[in-house]
Design a protein around this ligand. Structure first.
Ligand code: NDP
Length: 506
């Protein structure tokens, strides 16, 4: 379904929105507590995916800027942040989240304009980002070490210490939320950060960093926008970056890990996925349709844990498929700034090309296109990177559309006949980020949750993602976890101290 607004109304609203966004700038790198240009003055444009016009010019930083930021972070860590107690770190993080909470609408507006996601979703994600930072502000004070009663004549204990400077790299699909996932645990553990947002959607992250002014010491949060090869790579290779955390594609993640391996720096990787949702024959079909639709169409399918393979039992295949196609056709494609829009455009031209190529591949491989398959037939949306919710039936798990991450609103429906077959198909993938189960039977819930090779299992729903719970993947979907107490552990190293206790007699 398409929205009912005429093209000139959308264009005019976006012209005004881009002007408003520019008035919130200038958007610069944030290094050592200051807005700075790239050392060589280079800039790049971030573009509005609804009308394909430039929003704002942003520094296209390079290796010299990474050096500057790492130096600032090292000084911020050594001069102040490493000396601050967890209670004081907690207080400052709460202060930052209070300021962010006052800027939810502004940040949601930037996120909506920069990524093309519907405004309500952008707002929810900014609230998710502040909630995540609040969680880490809370757990900050609960950090402790162990006392190990191994021998009477030794006082043996552990200290949890920060790494110092950490390098963090985020993707374009959840810019602000991903930044909070990275910064929350890193700062709570006592590190200073150099964060590189995606060049395609850096605005909200830059603004979040600016809002640390006067709250966090200079140099503790640095945001260096620029391309992956110019900023991301030098950051992962930098000798003074003691730990790297990356969210993005598996291909780039492998390179990040190799670079970190050269200097034995620990890495956390949150990578891609091809997540299955299994609809068992007893499932409440309405609930299953809700979960699978949200799982593939939220954020126009540009989600790492997308339920991009719907595995449906033969007994309910026809009914599930009919209902799912109907649901896909009910999404309202339109201007993400309009409140009734439920699906915006893809974020970039490249992504539009990639999704289109996969749909062609699905057709060639013999899958049946049940709905969608290309841009909507609406001249008002012709300038943007819109793609209709797309559903393929008759999909075999060996097809490319079932094996490779499309990162767009494209569902593949794959039938199965038995529990064993469902689990085998679900696990027959290089990835292992998420999996879902639709059933009313407790025994199926627990058996499948144990048998699925995935870092996250959702039962009868898609989401939520809560900061209290670890998030990350098995297999090619990553290493380590974001969120939860576990993420805090990834940003600390353990020091064991032996204190010799001499005979106390004088
Ligand atoms: P990419 O891997 O292309 O990019 C991710 C980030 O890495 C961007 O900031 C990018 O910079 C940067 N980068 C690119 N090349 C290098 C390099 N050589 N060294 C260091 N950094 C580099 O992924 P996308 O941005 O296209 O994001 C989509 C991917 O992210 C999907 O595969 C998705 O599954 C995954 N993802 C995973 C999530 C998870 O939690 N598991 C969450 C969200 C997304 P730039 O783009 O500016 O050049």
């Amino acid at each position: 379904m398409v929205g009912s607004e005429p093209a000139d109304e959308i264009r005019e609203r976006h012209r005004e929105a881009r002007e408003r966004a520019r008035s919130m700038g200038p958007f610069r790198a944030w290094i050592d507590g200051e807005r700075v240009e790239a050392s060589d003055g280079a800039t790049a444009e971030t573009r509005d995916p609804v009308v394909d016009e430039p929003i704002a010019s942003v520094p296209a930083c390079g290796p010299e800027d990474v050096d500057r930021a790492v130096e600032a972070a090292a000084a911020g860590f050594a001069d102040e942040w490493s000396e601050v107690t967890p209670a004081e770190r907690s207080r400052r993080l709460f202060e930052w989240t209070d300021v962010l909470a006052d800027h939810v609408e502004e940040l949601a507006f930037l996120e909506c304009l920069d990524t093309g996601k519907p405004r309500a979703d952008a707002r929810g994600e900014i609230e998710g980002a502040t909630d995540t930072l609040e969680y880490y502000a809370s757990v900050c004070r609960s950090q402790s070490g162990d006392q190990i009663p191994a021998r009477e004549d030794v006082h043996l204990f552990t200290r949890q210490e920060p790494f110092g400077v950490v390098g963090q790299i985020t993707p374009w699909n959840f810019p602000a939320w991903a930044a909070a996932w990275k910064l929350g645990p890193a700062l709570a553990a006592g590190n200073a950060s150099v964060l590189k947002p995606s060049a395609s959607s850096p605005l909200s992250t830059i603004r979040m960093a600016e809002l640390t002014e006067g709250i966090l010491p200079d140099g503790v949060v640095n945001v260096v926008p620029g391309a992956g090869r110019d900023v991301g790579q030098p950051l992962t290779e930098h000798p003074d970056v003691a730990k790297v955390s990356f969210t993005g594609s598996t291909a780039v993640g492998r390179g990040v890990m190799k670079a970190a391996a050269e200097r034995v720096a620990p890495v956390t990787l949150e990578l891609g996925g091809k997540s299955p949702f299994i609809v068992f024959p007893d499932a409440d079909l309405e609930t299953a349709v809700d979960a699978v639709a949200a799982g593939i169409f939220y954020s126009t399918g540009e989600i790492c844990d997308a339920f991009s393979r719907a595995l449906v039992h033969e007994d309910v295949l026809a009914e599930f498929t009919d209902r799912f196609v109907e649901r896909a056709e009910s999404y309202v494609l339109g201007d993400p700034l309009a409140e009734d829009t439920t699906m915006g455009p893809l974020t970039t031209r490249d992504q539009f090309g990639k999704v289109s190529d996969y749909v062609d591949a699905g057709r060639r491989e013999g899958a049946t296109l049940l709905t969608g398959g290309g841009p909507p037939d609406d001249p008002a949306l012709a300038d943007g990177w819109y793609f209709e919710p797309t559903v393929f039936g008759d999909v075999d798990n060996d097809m490319r559309i079932a094996r490779e991450e499309i990162f767009g609103p494209v569902q593949t429906i794959i039938p199965f006949g038995s529990y064993e077959e469902a689990i085998e198909i679900a696990n027959d993938t290089d990835y292992g980020l998420a999996a879902g189960i639709g059933t009313e039977r407790t025994s199926l819930v627990h058996n499948a949750a144990a048998d699925l090779e995935a870092g996250l299992v959702y039962v009868n729903e898609y989401g939520p993602i809560l900061p209290e719970a670890p998030y990350g993947g098995y297999k090619d979907s990553g290493i380590g976890r974001d969120l939860g107490q576990e993420a805090l552990d990834h940003y600390r190293q353990t020091k064991t101290v032996y204190v010799n206790l001499d005979d106390p007699s004088l």
